[in-house]
Design a protein around this ligand. Sequence first.
Ligand SMILES: [Zn+2]
Length: 404
Amino acid sequence: MKEEGFLIGFLSIVFSVAVLSAQQPATAPPEAEVPADAAVRTLVGHLSLERYKATVKGLTRFGDRRQGTDRNRAAIDWIEAQLKAYGCTNTERFQYDYQPPPTPAGGRAGAGRGGRGRGGNAPRGFTGPTGVNNDPLRQPDVKLRELNMQPSVPGLREQVYCTKVGTTRPGEMYILGGHMDGIGYGEAANDDGSGTAIVMELARVFHLPNIQTERSIRFILWNNEESGLDGSRAYVEQRKARQGMEDPPGSGRFPEPRWLGMIQHDMMMFDHGMPRPDRTVSPEQRPEADVNIEFAGGSKMASEAQALAWLFREANERYATDYPAAVGNRMQNTDSVPFQDEVAAISLRENERRAQIGAGWNPHWHQPTDVFATFSDKDFRLGLNAAQTTLAAIAQLAGATITP
Ligand SMILES: [Zn+2]
C-alpha cells in the first residue's frame, strides 16, 4: 500500500515536471506573448523586500487581530481596501457563524493546540518552550496593550477574498490563502501577518496591467484559524458542492470555480534554527534557513499534493533569490487541512510545523513579542522568498502571460 502510494506520487511528479517543462516553449512563442520563463521572471521582479515589509507593517496596525473583535473587523476592511486598490476589485465577504466550544473544566481555551510530539514521534534534539499567551497585560507596549484589550464575542464572522478571473478557463482556480487573525496579544506580525502579506502581494502582482492568466486564482484571507481552522472549514463545507457551477447558466460566471489546488502561507519569516541546550534560540536568522513546503501524507489527495509540493520546490530553485525550499509530508494545523481530502493542498512555512515549530524553534509564536520590530531584514527576506516561490509556481500553473 505504501510503496504503491510512493510510485503514484513519483509518477505524478514526473508528469508535473513534464507539464512544467512543456510550458517553456522550445520554439518562438506567439508574438503577442512574452515567453513563459521571461514572464515568470518579470512577475517575480515586481516583488520587493520593501513592499513586503510595508504590507506586514500595515497589518500590524490592527494589533493581534483576534477573531470576533473590532480590531479584527478593521483589519478585514483594510485588507479589502488594499485588494481593491491593487486592481482585485471583485472582493467578496464569506460569512459564517462562530460559537466557541465550551471550555473544558479545569482547562483553558486555546491552550495546548498542536503541542510537542503531536502526531507521532518525540522531536529530535533540543527543544524550547511553546504555548499561547492568554494575558493581555503581558504586552509591555501600553498603546498596543490597549488596542488588544477588547475580548472576542461569539457570532457572525467574515473573511474577505477576491479573484483573478481566468481568460480561457475561468471555471478552474488555484486558491492562495493565509490567515489574517492572530492571538497572543502582540501584533501577529509573523503569525500570520507574514503569510497574509504574501497573499496580498501576489494579488497585487497578478493584477498589474497587461497580465492575464488562463485559469482563475482566488486570494483569500482566512479568519478564525487560531480558534481551530473554523473559517476555512466553513468555506469547504459551504462551497465544495458548488465547484465549477456556472451561475446563472450561460452567463460565463463561475462563483465557485473548480478547485485545482490550495496553497496556505502560515508563519513565513523566522528560521533561526534549533533551540540551544539552554532552550534559548539564536537571535540571527540562520544562513541555511529554508521555506518548508508540507503536504499531508495521510490525506486522500496525498499523491496530487506531493506532486504540487515538488513543483513548488522546483519553482523555488529556479526563481527564488536567497533561500531554498524543502518538502515534508506532515502538513497540519493550518487552513489547508480542511481541503486536504478534496484537492491538492500544501502549506508553506518558515519551519516544519510538527518537528520544529512544535518543538519551540520560534520563541515569538503566539507571544507578545510577535511584533514588527522583533524581525530583521533577513527574517523578512525569508517571507519574500516564499512569495517568489508561490508566485513563480502559480504563474506557470495558472498560465500567466504578459501582453507587451
Ligand atoms: Zn498561523
